[in-house]
Write a protein of this length. Sequence first.
Length: 212
Amino acid sequence: MLSLLVTSYTYGQNTVDLVGLAQQNGYTLENRSLTVLADGSNPGVRLEEKQNSKEGVAWLPALSFSEGTIEMDIRGKDVLQRSFVGIAFHGSGERNYDAIYFRPFNFRAADPVRHSHAVQYIALPTYDWPVLRKDFPDQYEQPIEPAPDPNAWFHARIVVEKDTVSVFVNGNAKPSLVVKKLNNRRDGKIGLWVGAGSGGDFANLKISPRTP
């Protein structure tokens, strides 16, 4: 039933029923618990905060993504070092995936250095953010202009085409980040992602695989 649910929503209407999956315990969870949002702001799910923990992922079932577009609404919060939210893709296991994630507490930071660290690409296990910031400064993380409200929902569209990953925020025509992938993974699982100690809200996930 779960595979039928995801297949019909993903490849028929390009929209994944995040709430339906939660109600059927359809996610494979790593380091987090997941609940259905109850505030009525969006039909979505929440990965709960877990202090003193590493990254958390809710992997979608019955889906392998190679190239195309992943887009969704995401909500974090404006609390320094307590909000890291994004999407993992080309996953093959714990800490074996690429991810695009956001630091909402840096969206409108007055400090220009913090402001430039709003959206980030990582490729685990080798290229986590400390390695990238040290060895490739300002290449794999960038600001977002115009800056979204750090406490509100924002829309992220991630385009994966061969070895290039582009990130568009809130319908902007200009990408906030464009990077070259740092590994040879060409397909794998998609998951809702939160960083160390963090939680986050997710809604309206759409996946559009690239057709040959």
